[in-house]
Design a binder for this molecule. Structure first.
Ligand code: NAI
Length: 496
Protein backbone atom coordinates (compact mmCIF):
# COMPACT_ATOMS: atom_id res chain seq x y z
CA UNK A 1 0.00 0.00 0.00
CA UNK A 2 1.32 3.48 -0.87
CA UNK A 3 1.67 6.11 1.86
CA UNK A 4 -1.25 8.57 1.72
CA UNK A 5 -0.40 12.11 0.61
CA UNK A 6 -0.62 14.66 3.42
CA UNK A 7 -3.02 17.57 3.01
CA UNK A 8 -3.07 20.37 5.61
CA UNK A 9 -6.62 20.88 6.82
CA UNK A 10 -8.00 23.99 8.54
CA UNK A 11 -11.72 23.67 9.31
CA UNK A 12 -12.20 27.44 9.69
CA UNK A 13 -14.59 29.52 11.76
CA UNK A 14 -18.36 30.05 11.83
CA UNK A 15 -19.95 27.50 9.50
CA UNK A 16 -16.45 26.23 8.58
CA UNK A 17 -16.32 23.17 10.88
CA UNK A 18 -19.88 22.14 9.91
CA UNK A 19 -19.33 22.25 6.15
CA UNK A 20 -15.84 20.76 6.46
CA UNK A 21 -17.13 17.76 8.46
CA UNK A 22 -19.87 17.14 5.89
CA UNK A 23 -17.40 17.46 3.00
CA UNK A 24 -14.87 15.08 4.52
CA UNK A 25 -17.60 12.52 5.28
CA UNK A 26 -18.58 12.61 1.60
CA UNK A 27 -14.95 12.30 0.49
CA UNK A 28 -14.46 9.32 2.83
CA UNK A 29 -17.59 7.69 1.37
CA UNK A 30 -16.00 8.10 -2.08
CA UNK A 31 -12.83 6.37 -0.87
CA UNK A 32 -10.61 9.41 -1.17
CA UNK A 33 -8.92 8.68 2.18
CA UNK A 34 -7.16 5.74 0.50
CA UNK A 35 -4.95 8.35 -1.11
CA UNK A 36 -5.00 11.25 1.33
CA UNK A 37 -4.28 11.97 4.97
CA UNK A 38 -5.77 15.22 6.25
CA UNK A 39 -3.51 16.84 8.86
CA UNK A 40 -5.36 19.40 11.03
CA UNK A 41 -3.71 22.82 11.44
CA UNK A 42 -4.64 25.67 13.73
CA UNK A 43 -5.58 28.83 11.83
CA UNK A 44 -8.21 31.55 12.19
CA UNK A 45 -10.21 32.96 15.08
CA UNK A 46 -8.89 30.66 17.82
CA UNK A 47 -5.34 31.76 16.97
CA UNK A 48 -6.23 35.48 16.77
CA UNK A 49 -7.97 35.10 20.15
CA UNK A 50 -4.70 33.88 21.66
CA UNK A 51 -3.09 37.15 20.56
CA UNK A 52 -1.19 35.75 17.53
CA UNK A 53 -1.81 38.56 15.01
CA UNK A 54 -0.89 36.44 11.95
CA UNK A 55 -3.86 34.15 12.59
CA UNK A 56 -1.84 30.93 12.29
CA UNK A 57 0.51 29.08 14.62
CA UNK A 58 4.14 28.33 13.70
CA UNK A 59 3.25 24.64 13.67
CA UNK A 60 0.39 25.32 11.20
CA UNK A 61 2.76 27.24 8.91
CA UNK A 62 5.30 24.42 9.01
CA UNK A 63 2.67 21.77 8.24
CA UNK A 64 1.20 23.71 5.30
CA UNK A 65 4.69 24.31 3.91
CA UNK A 66 5.61 20.65 4.18
CA UNK A 67 2.33 19.45 2.60
CA UNK A 68 2.10 22.03 -0.19
CA UNK A 69 -1.70 21.82 -0.20
CA UNK A 70 -4.08 23.50 2.24
CA UNK A 71 -7.79 22.66 2.26
CA UNK A 72 -9.50 25.30 4.33
CA UNK A 73 -12.87 26.45 5.57
CA UNK A 74 -13.73 30.15 5.76
CA UNK A 75 -12.02 32.18 8.47
CA UNK A 76 -13.13 35.25 10.31
CA UNK A 77 -11.14 38.46 9.97
CA UNK A 78 -10.97 40.42 13.23
CA UNK A 79 -12.82 43.72 12.72
CA UNK A 80 -10.64 46.81 13.28
CA UNK A 81 -7.55 46.67 15.50
CA UNK A 82 -5.15 46.27 12.57
CA UNK A 83 -5.40 42.44 12.41
CA UNK A 84 -4.99 41.34 8.80
CA UNK A 85 -7.20 38.76 7.08
CA UNK A 86 -5.67 35.29 7.54
CA UNK A 87 -7.22 34.33 4.20
CA UNK A 88 -5.28 37.07 2.41
CA UNK A 89 -2.15 36.44 4.51
CA UNK A 90 -2.16 32.76 3.52
CA UNK A 91 -2.47 33.55 -0.19
CA UNK A 92 0.26 36.17 0.01
CA UNK A 93 2.97 34.57 2.16
CA UNK A 94 2.81 31.40 0.08
CA UNK A 95 2.45 33.33 -3.20
CA UNK A 96 -0.71 31.54 -4.29
CA UNK A 97 -0.89 34.02 -7.14
CA UNK A 98 -3.84 32.77 -9.20
CA UNK A 99 -7.32 32.60 -7.74
CA UNK A 100 -9.26 30.25 -10.01
CA UNK A 101 -13.04 30.39 -9.58
CA UNK A 102 -15.63 28.41 -11.52
CA UNK A 103 -19.26 29.44 -11.93
CA UNK A 104 -21.52 26.85 -13.48
CA UNK A 105 -25.28 26.35 -13.74
CA UNK A 106 -26.31 23.44 -11.53
CA UNK A 107 -29.54 21.46 -11.70
CA UNK A 108 -32.06 22.35 -9.00
CA UNK A 109 -30.41 25.75 -8.44
CA UNK A 110 -32.90 28.11 -9.97
CA UNK A 111 -31.65 31.47 -11.25
CA UNK A 112 -32.87 34.07 -13.72
CA UNK A 113 -30.68 32.44 -16.35
CA UNK A 114 -31.58 28.83 -15.62
CA UNK A 115 -35.27 29.78 -15.89
CA UNK A 116 -34.54 31.32 -19.30
CA UNK A 117 -32.73 28.13 -20.37
CA UNK A 118 -29.36 29.90 -20.59
CA UNK A 119 -26.57 27.74 -19.15
CA UNK A 120 -23.58 29.46 -17.56
CA UNK A 121 -20.12 27.93 -17.50
CA UNK A 122 -17.58 30.56 -16.68
CA UNK A 123 -14.12 30.76 -15.10
CA UNK A 124 -12.79 33.87 -13.37
CA UNK A 125 -9.07 34.02 -12.66
CA UNK A 126 -8.24 36.77 -10.22
CA UNK A 127 -4.72 38.01 -9.50
CA UNK A 128 -4.29 37.14 -5.85
CA UNK A 129 -1.25 38.85 -4.39
CA UNK A 130 -0.86 42.44 -5.59
CA UNK A 131 -3.12 45.45 -6.26
CA UNK A 132 -4.70 47.18 -3.25
CA UNK A 133 -4.49 43.82 -1.44
CA UNK A 134 -0.88 44.70 -0.73
CA UNK A 135 -2.67 46.50 2.09
CA UNK A 136 -0.05 49.27 2.03
CA UNK A 137 -1.98 52.18 3.51
CA UNK A 138 -0.94 55.46 5.11
CA UNK A 139 -2.67 58.46 6.59
CA UNK A 140 -0.92 61.31 4.83
CA UNK A 141 -2.60 64.39 6.25
CA UNK A 142 -5.51 65.18 8.55
CA UNK A 143 -7.99 64.40 5.81
CA UNK A 144 -6.19 62.15 3.34
CA UNK A 145 -5.52 58.41 3.47
CA UNK A 146 -3.77 56.49 0.72
CA UNK A 147 -3.83 52.83 -0.28
CA UNK A 148 -1.01 51.95 -2.67
CA UNK A 149 -2.04 49.92 -5.67
CA UNK A 150 0.87 47.69 -6.63
CA UNK A 151 1.13 46.04 -10.04
CA UNK A 152 4.35 44.31 -11.08
CA UNK A 153 5.24 42.81 -14.46
CA UNK A 154 6.24 39.39 -13.01
CA UNK A 155 3.10 39.43 -10.83
CA UNK A 156 0.97 39.94 -13.96
CA UNK A 157 2.96 37.34 -15.89
CA UNK A 158 2.55 34.60 -13.27
CA UNK A 159 -1.23 34.80 -13.17
CA UNK A 160 -1.62 35.41 -16.90
CA UNK A 161 0.60 32.43 -17.77
CA UNK A 162 -1.47 30.23 -15.46
CA UNK A 163 -4.66 31.53 -17.10
CA UNK A 164 -3.58 30.94 -20.69
CA UNK A 165 -2.22 27.48 -19.87
CA UNK A 166 -5.40 26.52 -17.98
CA UNK A 167 -7.65 27.83 -20.77
CA UNK A 168 -5.70 25.65 -23.20
CA UNK A 169 -5.92 22.60 -20.90
CA UNK A 170 -9.67 23.09 -20.47
CA UNK A 171 -10.12 23.29 -24.25
CA UNK A 172 -11.56 26.82 -24.16
CA UNK A 173 -11.67 28.89 -27.31
CA UNK A 174 -11.50 32.37 -25.78
CA UNK A 175 -10.04 34.29 -22.88
CA UNK A 176 -10.85 37.89 -21.91
CA UNK A 177 -8.84 40.37 -19.88
CA UNK A 178 -10.81 42.70 -17.61
CA UNK A 179 -9.16 45.99 -16.66
CA UNK A 180 -9.54 49.72 -16.13
CA UNK A 181 -6.58 50.77 -18.27
CA UNK A 182 -8.50 53.73 -19.68
CA UNK A 183 -8.15 55.43 -16.26
CA UNK A 184 -5.20 53.68 -14.57
CA UNK A 185 -2.95 53.86 -17.57
CA UNK A 186 0.21 52.65 -15.88
CA UNK A 187 -1.00 49.93 -13.49
CA UNK A 188 -3.85 48.43 -15.49
CA UNK A 189 -2.00 49.54 -18.63
CA UNK A 190 0.81 47.14 -17.67
CA UNK A 191 -1.70 44.36 -16.86
CA UNK A 192 -3.31 44.77 -20.30
CA UNK A 193 0.01 45.07 -22.12
CA UNK A 194 1.33 41.85 -20.51
CA UNK A 195 -1.95 40.09 -21.44
CA UNK A 196 -1.73 41.22 -25.07
CA UNK A 197 1.93 40.25 -25.29
CA UNK A 198 1.33 36.76 -23.86
CA UNK A 199 -1.77 36.22 -26.02
CA UNK A 200 0.49 36.12 -29.10
CA UNK A 201 1.94 32.84 -27.77
CA UNK A 202 -1.54 31.23 -27.77
CA UNK A 203 -2.87 31.64 -31.33
CA UNK A 204 -5.63 29.04 -30.83
CA UNK A 205 -7.27 31.20 -28.14
CA UNK A 206 -9.26 34.28 -29.09
CA UNK A 207 -7.99 36.92 -26.67
CA UNK A 208 -10.28 39.86 -25.96
CA UNK A 209 -10.14 42.69 -23.49
CA UNK A 210 -12.89 44.62 -21.82
CA UNK A 211 -13.15 47.51 -19.37
CA UNK A 212 -14.35 46.13 -16.05
CA UNK A 213 -17.53 48.21 -15.81
CA UNK A 214 -18.62 47.13 -19.29
CA UNK A 215 -17.68 43.57 -18.33
CA UNK A 216 -20.10 43.70 -15.38
CA UNK A 217 -22.92 44.86 -17.62
CA UNK A 218 -22.09 42.22 -20.26
CA UNK A 219 -22.00 39.48 -17.61
CA UNK A 220 -25.46 40.42 -16.39
CA UNK A 221 -26.88 40.79 -19.92
CA UNK A 222 -25.18 37.89 -21.72
CA UNK A 223 -22.84 35.84 -19.52
CA UNK A 224 -22.61 33.03 -22.05
CA UNK A 225 -20.37 35.19 -24.28
CA UNK A 226 -17.47 34.64 -21.84
CA UNK A 227 -15.51 31.48 -21.05
CA UNK A 228 -12.60 32.71 -18.94
CA UNK A 229 -12.07 36.23 -17.62
CA UNK A 230 -8.77 37.29 -15.98
CA UNK A 231 -8.79 40.30 -13.69
CA UNK A 232 -6.62 42.26 -11.26
CA UNK A 233 -7.20 41.44 -7.59
CA UNK A 234 -9.91 43.85 -6.41
CA UNK A 235 -11.79 43.90 -9.70
CA UNK A 236 -11.61 40.09 -9.77
CA UNK A 237 -13.00 39.87 -6.25
CA UNK A 238 -16.02 42.00 -7.12
CA UNK A 239 -16.66 40.40 -10.51
CA UNK A 240 -16.48 36.90 -9.05
CA UNK A 241 -19.19 37.66 -6.49
CA UNK A 242 -21.28 39.01 -9.36
CA UNK A 243 -20.71 35.71 -11.18
CA UNK A 244 -21.66 33.77 -8.02
CA UNK A 245 -24.96 35.65 -8.15
CA UNK A 246 -25.49 34.50 -11.75
CA UNK A 247 -25.35 30.83 -10.76
CA UNK A 248 -27.33 30.94 -7.52
CA UNK A 249 -25.20 32.63 -4.90
CA UNK A 250 -22.13 32.06 -2.78
CA UNK A 251 -23.25 28.56 -1.80
CA UNK A 252 -22.04 27.35 -5.21
CA UNK A 253 -18.82 29.30 -5.72
CA UNK A 254 -15.65 27.23 -5.27
CA UNK A 255 -12.09 28.46 -5.60
CA UNK A 256 -8.48 27.37 -5.86
CA UNK A 257 -5.53 29.61 -5.01
CA UNK A 258 -2.69 28.25 -7.11
CA UNK A 259 0.97 28.96 -6.47
CA UNK A 260 4.29 27.57 -7.61
CA UNK A 261 4.90 25.69 -4.36
CA UNK A 262 1.73 25.86 -2.28
CA UNK A 263 -1.93 25.88 -3.33
CA UNK A 264 -4.99 26.59 -1.20
CA UNK A 265 -8.50 25.30 -1.85
CA UNK A 266 -11.48 27.05 -0.24
CA UNK A 267 -15.03 28.22 -0.92
CA UNK A 268 -15.49 31.85 -2.00
CA UNK A 269 -17.97 32.56 0.80
CA UNK A 270 -17.16 33.60 4.37
CA UNK A 271 -18.00 32.25 7.80
CA UNK A 272 -21.74 33.09 7.54
CA UNK A 273 -22.01 34.11 11.22
CA UNK A 274 -25.80 34.55 10.85
CA UNK A 275 -26.29 30.79 10.38
CA UNK A 276 -23.21 29.37 12.14
CA UNK A 277 -23.85 26.52 14.59
CA UNK A 278 -27.32 25.78 13.20
CA UNK A 279 -26.27 22.89 10.96
CA UNK A 280 -28.06 24.41 7.96
CA UNK A 281 -25.18 25.81 5.86
CA UNK A 282 -24.75 24.69 2.28
CA UNK A 283 -21.52 22.66 1.91
CA UNK A 284 -21.64 22.62 -1.92
CA UNK A 285 -19.06 25.37 -2.49
CA UNK A 286 -16.57 23.67 -0.17
CA UNK A 287 -17.29 20.29 -1.77
CA UNK A 288 -16.69 21.81 -5.22
CA UNK A 289 -13.46 23.45 -3.94
CA UNK A 290 -12.41 20.03 -2.65
CA UNK A 291 -13.08 18.59 -6.12
CA UNK A 292 -10.77 21.22 -7.61
CA UNK A 293 -8.16 20.02 -5.12
CA UNK A 294 -8.67 16.34 -6.01
CA UNK A 295 -8.26 17.14 -9.72
CA UNK A 296 -5.22 19.31 -9.00
CA UNK A 297 -3.44 16.45 -7.26
CA UNK A 298 -4.40 13.71 -9.70
CA UNK A 299 -7.57 12.16 -8.25
CA UNK A 300 -9.69 13.00 -11.29
CA UNK A 301 -11.79 9.82 -11.22
CA UNK A 302 -12.88 10.34 -7.61
CA UNK A 303 -13.60 14.00 -8.34
CA UNK A 304 -15.81 13.07 -11.32
CA UNK A 305 -17.66 10.41 -9.27
CA UNK A 306 -18.41 12.88 -6.46
CA UNK A 307 -19.42 15.63 -8.89
CA UNK A 308 -21.80 13.33 -10.74
CA UNK A 309 -23.30 12.26 -7.40
CA UNK A 310 -23.75 15.94 -6.46
CA UNK A 311 -25.47 16.65 -9.80
CA UNK A 312 -27.71 13.59 -9.39
CA UNK A 313 -28.70 14.63 -5.84
CA UNK A 314 -29.41 18.19 -6.95
CA UNK A 315 -31.56 16.90 -9.82
CA UNK A 316 -33.64 14.94 -7.32
CA UNK A 317 -34.29 18.13 -5.40
CA UNK A 318 -31.78 17.76 -2.53
CA UNK A 319 -31.29 21.25 -1.18
CA UNK A 320 -30.21 23.31 1.80
CA UNK A 321 -32.27 26.31 2.88
CA UNK A 322 -30.39 28.88 0.80
CA UNK A 323 -31.50 27.57 -2.62
CA UNK A 324 -33.92 25.41 -4.56
CA UNK A 325 -37.63 24.82 -4.51
CA UNK A 326 -38.82 26.43 -1.27
CA UNK A 327 -42.01 24.32 -1.30
CA UNK A 328 -39.84 21.26 -0.56
CA UNK A 329 -38.21 20.72 2.85
CA UNK A 330 -34.61 21.84 3.20
CA UNK A 331 -31.94 19.41 4.41
CA UNK A 332 -29.35 20.22 7.05
CA UNK A 333 -25.65 20.35 6.14
CA UNK A 334 -24.85 16.72 7.03
CA UNK A 335 -28.01 15.26 5.50
CA UNK A 336 -27.37 17.15 2.28
CA UNK A 337 -23.85 15.68 2.07
CA UNK A 338 -25.27 12.24 2.95
CA UNK A 339 -27.77 12.49 0.06
CA UNK A 340 -24.83 13.13 -2.25
CA UNK A 341 -22.93 10.17 -0.79
CA UNK A 342 -26.01 8.00 -1.39
CA UNK A 343 -25.80 8.92 -5.08
CA UNK A 344 -22.15 7.87 -5.50
CA UNK A 345 -21.98 5.64 -8.55
CA UNK A 346 -24.97 7.40 -10.21
CA UNK A 347 -24.93 10.02 -12.92
CA UNK A 348 -27.32 12.91 -13.51
CA UNK A 349 -30.17 12.18 -15.95
CA UNK A 350 -31.14 15.61 -17.23
CA UNK A 351 -27.81 17.38 -17.50
CA UNK A 352 -24.63 16.01 -19.05
CA UNK A 353 -22.60 13.88 -16.66
CA UNK A 354 -19.07 14.99 -15.90
CA UNK A 355 -16.71 12.84 -17.98
CA UNK A 356 -14.67 10.38 -15.93
CA UNK A 357 -11.00 10.60 -16.96
CA UNK A 358 -9.35 7.43 -18.22
CA UNK A 359 -6.29 7.93 -16.01
CA UNK A 360 -6.73 6.04 -12.72
CA UNK A 361 -6.47 8.02 -9.51
CA UNK A 362 -2.89 8.54 -8.39
CA UNK A 363 -1.46 11.54 -6.62
CA UNK A 364 0.82 13.32 -9.07
CA UNK A 365 1.72 16.36 -6.98
CA UNK A 366 4.81 16.07 -4.80
CA UNK A 367 5.33 17.94 -1.53
CA UNK A 368 7.24 21.16 -2.30
CA UNK A 369 10.97 21.45 -1.86
CA UNK A 370 11.46 24.37 0.51
CA UNK A 371 13.22 27.25 -1.29
CA UNK A 372 16.53 28.07 0.35
CA UNK A 373 15.87 31.81 0.17
CA UNK A 374 13.32 34.36 -1.03
CA UNK A 375 13.53 34.63 -4.80
CA UNK A 376 13.28 37.91 -6.69
CA UNK A 377 11.15 37.31 -9.78
CA UNK A 378 11.88 39.69 -12.65
CA UNK A 379 10.42 40.42 -16.07
CA UNK A 380 12.37 43.45 -17.33
CA UNK A 381 16.11 43.73 -16.87
CA UNK A 382 18.74 46.00 -18.41
CA UNK A 383 16.40 48.99 -18.48
CA UNK A 384 18.04 52.43 -18.56
CA UNK A 385 16.40 54.62 -15.93
CA UNK A 386 16.85 58.35 -15.46
CA UNK A 387 15.62 60.67 -12.73
CA UNK A 388 13.76 63.52 -14.40
CA UNK A 389 11.91 65.06 -11.48
CA UNK A 390 9.92 64.45 -8.36
CA UNK A 391 6.42 64.79 -6.96
CA UNK A 392 6.35 66.26 -3.46
CA UNK A 393 3.08 66.00 -1.52
CA UNK A 394 2.38 68.77 0.98
CA UNK A 395 -0.13 69.69 3.64
CA UNK A 396 -0.27 73.50 3.66
CA UNK A 397 -2.74 76.20 4.65
CA UNK A 398 -1.36 78.59 1.96
CA UNK A 399 -3.22 79.46 -1.24
CA UNK A 400 -2.18 77.64 -4.40
CA UNK A 401 -0.58 80.81 -5.83
CA UNK A 402 1.42 81.39 -2.63
CA UNK A 403 2.53 77.75 -2.57
CA UNK A 404 3.64 78.02 -6.19
CA UNK A 405 5.61 81.22 -5.53
CA UNK A 406 7.33 79.76 -2.47
CA UNK A 407 8.18 76.44 -4.15
CA UNK A 408 9.49 78.17 -7.29
CA UNK A 409 11.75 80.28 -5.06
CA UNK A 410 12.99 77.19 -3.20
CA UNK A 411 13.81 75.46 -6.50
CA UNK A 412 15.96 78.37 -7.73
CA UNK A 413 19.53 77.25 -8.25
CA UNK A 414 18.54 73.55 -8.53
CA UNK A 415 18.20 71.52 -11.78
CA UNK A 416 14.43 71.40 -11.19
CA UNK A 417 11.52 73.77 -11.79
CA UNK A 418 7.96 73.64 -10.53
CA UNK A 419 5.71 72.58 -13.43
CA UNK A 420 2.37 71.97 -11.76
CA UNK A 421 0.41 71.72 -8.58
CA UNK A 422 -2.49 69.29 -8.40
CA UNK A 423 -5.03 68.29 -5.81
CA UNK A 424 -6.52 64.79 -5.79
CA UNK A 425 -4.88 64.31 -9.21
CA UNK A 426 -6.43 67.43 -10.81
CA UNK A 427 -4.21 70.30 -11.91
CA UNK A 428 -4.88 73.53 -9.99
CA UNK A 429 -1.75 75.49 -10.98
CA UNK A 430 -0.52 77.06 -13.33
CA UNK A 431 -4.06 76.74 -14.66
CA UNK A 432 -7.12 75.16 -13.15
CA UNK A 433 -10.80 75.59 -12.56
CA UNK A 434 -12.35 77.59 -9.70
CA UNK A 435 -14.85 74.74 -9.45
CA UNK A 436 -12.21 72.23 -8.36
CA UNK A 437 -12.62 71.70 -4.63
CA UNK A 438 -9.38 70.94 -2.87
CA UNK A 439 -8.43 68.95 0.24
CA UNK A 440 -5.42 69.25 2.54
CA UNK A 441 -3.00 67.24 0.38
CA UNK A 442 -1.27 68.95 -2.54
CA UNK A 443 1.08 67.55 -5.11
CA UNK A 444 3.88 69.79 -6.39
CA UNK A 445 5.56 68.37 -9.48
CA UNK A 446 9.12 69.34 -10.30
CA UNK A 447 10.76 68.46 -13.60
CA UNK A 448 14.23 69.10 -14.98
CA UNK A 449 14.81 72.58 -16.34
CA UNK A 450 15.17 72.91 -20.11
CA UNK A 451 18.62 71.98 -21.27
CA UNK A 452 19.59 69.95 -18.18
CA UNK A 453 21.11 66.62 -19.22
CA UNK A 454 19.22 63.87 -17.30
CA UNK A 455 22.22 61.53 -17.52
CA UNK A 456 24.01 63.93 -15.14
CA UNK A 457 21.20 63.93 -12.58
CA UNK A 458 20.93 61.37 -9.82
CA UNK A 459 18.32 60.87 -7.13
CA UNK A 460 20.45 62.66 -4.56
CA UNK A 461 19.79 65.93 -6.43
CA UNK A 462 16.03 65.37 -6.23
CA UNK A 463 16.26 64.41 -2.58
CA UNK A 464 18.26 67.52 -1.74
CA UNK A 465 15.39 69.56 -3.26
CA UNK A 466 13.07 67.65 -0.92
CA UNK A 467 15.27 68.63 2.03
CA UNK A 468 14.96 72.29 1.09
CA UNK A 469 11.16 72.02 0.77
CA UNK A 470 10.93 70.18 4.11
CA UNK A 471 12.45 73.21 5.85
CA UNK A 472 9.39 75.28 4.86
CA UNK A 473 6.50 72.86 4.37
CA UNK A 474 4.94 69.78 5.95
CA UNK A 475 5.87 67.02 3.50
CA UNK A 476 3.33 64.13 3.47
CA UNK A 477 5.02 61.89 0.93
CA UNK A 478 7.34 61.85 -2.04
CA UNK A 479 7.82 60.06 -5.36
CA UNK A 480 10.71 60.25 -7.80
CA UNK A 481 9.81 60.80 -11.45
CA UNK A 482 11.83 58.49 -13.67
CA UNK A 483 12.02 57.44 -17.28
CA UNK A 484 12.57 53.80 -18.24
CA UNK A 485 14.33 53.38 -21.59
CA UNK A 486 13.17 56.92 -22.31
CA UNK A 487 9.49 56.31 -21.50
CA UNK A 488 7.91 58.34 -18.72
CA UNK A 489 7.17 56.19 -15.66
CA UNK A 490 4.55 58.55 -14.28
CA UNK A 491 1.11 59.76 -15.26
CA UNK A 492 -0.02 63.28 -16.16
CA UNK A 493 -2.35 65.23 -13.91
CA UNK A 494 -6.03 65.44 -14.89
CA UNK A 495 -6.45 68.66 -16.83
CA UNK A 496 -2.69 68.98 -17.53
P1 NAI B 1 -20.41 35.49 4.14
O1 NAI B 1 -20.04 34.87 2.84
O2 NAI B 1 -19.94 34.78 5.37
O3 NAI B 1 -22.01 35.62 4.24
C1 NAI B 1 -22.79 36.36 3.30
C2 NAI B 1 -24.21 35.77 3.25
O4 NAI B 1 -24.17 34.52 2.56
C3 NAI B 1 -24.79 35.47 4.63
O5 NAI B 1 -26.17 35.74 4.62
C4 NAI B 1 -24.55 33.98 4.81
O6 NAI B 1 -25.49 33.35 5.64
C5 NAI B 1 -24.67 33.47 3.37
N1 NAI B 1 -23.82 32.29 3.16
C6 NAI B 1 -22.48 32.27 3.00
N2 NAI B 1 -22.05 31.03 2.87
C7 NAI B 1 -23.12 30.23 2.92
C8 NAI B 1 -23.31 28.81 2.85
N3 NAI B 1 -22.29 27.99 2.67
N4 NAI B 1 -24.57 28.35 2.98
C9 NAI B 1 -25.61 29.16 3.14
N5 NAI B 1 -25.50 30.51 3.22
C10 NAI B 1 -24.28 31.03 3.12
O7 NAI B 1 -19.87 36.98 4.12
P2 NAI B 1 -19.72 38.07 5.29
O8 NAI B 1 -20.92 38.01 6.19
O9 NAI B 1 -19.41 39.32 4.60
O10 NAI B 1 -18.42 37.66 6.09
C11 NAI B 1 -18.43 36.95 7.33
C12 NAI B 1 -17.00 36.67 7.75
O11 NAI B 1 -16.36 35.80 6.81
C13 NAI B 1 -16.09 37.90 7.88
O12 NAI B 1 -15.29 37.79 9.06
C14 NAI B 1 -15.23 37.82 6.65
O13 NAI B 1 -14.00 38.46 6.84
C15 NAI B 1 -15.08 36.33 6.48
N6 NAI B 1 -14.79 35.91 5.10
C16 NAI B 1 -13.90 34.89 4.95
C17 NAI B 1 -13.61 34.41 3.69
C18 NAI B 1 -12.65 33.28 3.56
O14 NAI B 1 -12.35 32.64 4.54
N7 NAI B 1 -12.14 33.00 2.36
C19 NAI B 1 -14.21 35.00 2.48
C20 NAI B 1 -15.19 36.03 2.76
C21 NAI B 1 -15.44 36.47 4.03
Amino acid sequence: MTTPTRIALAAGDGIGPEIMDATLALFRAAGVDKHLEFVPVEMGKSVFDKGESRGMTDAAQKTVESCGILFKGPMETPKGGGGKSINVTARKIWNAFANFRVFRTLPGVETTFSKAGIPIDLVVVRENVEDTYGGVEHRLSNDMIQCKRLTSAPGCDQVLRYSFETAKKLGLSRIDCGHKANIMKLTDGLWLERFRTMAKEYPTLTAGDVIVDALCMNLVLKPQQYQMVVLPNLQGDIVSDLCAGLVGGLGFAPSANIGTHISIFEAVHGTAPDIAGKGIANPAALILSGLMMLRHIGLGQSAAAIENALLAALEEGARTGDFGDKSKPALGTNDFAKRIADKLGSAPKHVPAVPVPATPDAVTVKPPVKPTHQVVIRTFTKVVTRVVGCDVYLDTPLSTVSVAEELSRIAEGTPFRLVLISNRGTQVWPTGSAYTECVDYWRARFELRDGVDSSLIDQAKAISLLDRIAEKFTVCSYELLRTFDGVKGFSMAQGQ
